[in-house]
Ligand binder design. Structure first.
Ligand code: PLP
Length: 458
């Protein structure tokens, strides 16, 4: 054994203690850490021949890399839609590496059953029926990808061909209809060989990001009975808007289509009594995307995809091999997701759900919703800014009251202040900023600091 590796083996307790103490210093310092570092490019160093041992690696990381990392795990990182990591999720994530399971099949451990239990807990948390079966994937993009892959197979089934067997050439033209689909839907269509051009945007309602269901009905009517895919949106990234899922699902009485719902963060509206109605009809979807590294507050690399047609899913993703077995009625995860080997990413989610339960996670969601409203009120009261949409969920979308093209400078000034991180967007043609609340750590005091940073930045 390499001598450094042998030394580390002999010192595992000390190494874990040292790493733990270092982690505690980082977590304690999150509130003071500049929220997002303006990126200064680091040139790669050559690969070390003899290594430095784990302690040496820790010291090198602490010196060269960690100071440039953001406070993404902190309370004022409001860019994109970024949750943090609850203490229990962190414990679960660490143990994922400690145990290093591969929950791809049930041949060697109960790890796949832990993944199944976690899916069942999430379904219960979000009020979804057990007819929707699920698997863990790395994020909402992969969840949309997997859902649309199953939709593609369903389209083939409508036309009497298996796309998994014969490829997309057997499919003919494909129509994917959506109001304000997330960019990852186009990426998924590209990866699936359906092409980004298969996505046909349908008009949204005036001053909304929700699809105009009457327009969607006409678009389906124009397909004249041709089976299609509809991507409905439950929580848009600019303004947290929701399509009318029940009305969309009802269109299936007249038109054949697969209903995929991108509920990456919007699914968590189910935890707020005042917002749960936004998800009416979600249970009727054929496939659903839910991100967990956003509002569940587990570390990155976690989402689930749910579907009613596990048979089609196994047709797409099956990986039969003598040593892995065949899919059967209750397929192993190796037959259900794009990966074969995969980490037990369910463990962090299991830990946070076991630790805080429905009540703890509902409190996080309700608090973030209240904080988004609070920031919305602050911004509405500042003469320099104007809200571009009412705060419907956890996202505040706003711009300068004067010339909105200056909003990029505001974003930069806020980032430079180290107080907060917000990301820019274009909403209805207007350059804008958005602040998304999804961390368990954020408090009213944080909102007040963000409001102050904004008033200084304009
Ligand atoms: C974040 C997000 C995605 C993409 O999620 P990743 O986890 O970054 O892959 C897709 N759809 C919506 C609505 C999102 O908010």
């Amino acid at each position: 054994m390499d001598s450094r590796l042998g030394d580390d083996l002999a010192q595992i307790p000390e190494l874990i203690d040292a790493t733990g103490a270092y982690a505690v210093r980082i977590l304690d310092g999150l509130a003071e850490r500049p929220v997002a570092r303006p990126p200064a490019r680091r040139e790669p160093l050559p690969l070390p021949a003899p290594g430095a041992g784990a302690r040496g690696a820790l010291a090198a990381f602490a010196e060269r890399w960690e100071p440039g990392f953001s406070a993404g795990a902190g309370s004022r990182y409001l860019g994109f839609v970024t949750g943090g990591c609850t203490p229990a999720a962190l414990a679960g994530d660490w143990l994922t590496g400690v145990l290093d399971q591969n929950p791809t099949s049930g041949l060697d451990s109960t790890a796949p059953d832990l993944e199944r239990e976690t899916i069942a807990w999430l379904r219960e948390l979000l009020g979804l029926p057990s007819a929707l079966q699920g698997a863990f994937v790395s994020g909402a993009t992969m969840s949309n990808f997997a859902g649309l892959a199953i939709a593609r197979e369903w389209l083939g089934e409508q036309r009497g061909v298996s796309i998994a067997e014969h490829g997309t050439a057997a499919l003919g033209p494909v129509h994917v209809l959506s109001g304000r689909a997330h960019s990852s839907v186009g990426k998924a269509l590209s990866m699936l060989g359906l092409g980004r051009a298969a996505l046909h945007p349908v008009d949204v309602l005036p001053a909304r990001e929700a699809v105009d269901v009457a327009r969607l009905a006409s678009a389906l009517e124009a397909l004249d009975g041709e089976p299609a895919i509809v991507v409905a949106n439950a929580g848009t990234v600019n303004t947290g808007d929701f399509d009318d899922l029940r009305a969309i699902a009802a269109l299936r009485d007249r038109h054949p289509f697969w209903l995929h719902v991108d509920a990456a963060f919007g699914a968590f509206a189910a935890l707020s009594p005042g917002h749960a109605h936004l998800l009416d009809g979600l249970a009727e979807a054929d496939s659903i995307c839910v991100d967990l590294h956003k509002w569940l507050n587990v570390p990155y690399d976690s989402a689930i995809q749910l579907t009613r047609r596990r048979d089609l899913q196994a047709r797409v993703f099956q990986n039969s091999a003598a040593y892995l077995g065949s899919p059967g009625d209750d397929p192993d995860f190796v037959h259900l997701t794009p990966e074969n080997s995969r980490r037990l990413r369910a463990l962090a989610a299991w830990f946070t759900l076991a630790a805080y339960g429905r009540e703890g996670h509902a409190e996080i969601v309700r608090r973030d919703l209240a904080l988004a409203s609070r920031l919305g009120e602050r911004i509405a009261a500042m003469p320099a800014y104007r809200l571009l949409a009412p705060v419907r969920l956890n996202v505040v979308c706003f711009t300068l009251a004067g010339d909105p093209t200056g909003i990029g400078r505001v974003a930069q000034a806020v980032t430079d202040s180290g107080e907060a991180f917000l990301t820019t967007t274009v909403y209805d043609g207007v350059p804008a900023l958005r602040a998304a609340f999804s961390s368990w750590r954020t408090t009213e005091d944080d909102v007040d600091r963000v409001a102050k940073a904004l008033s200084r930045a304009c």
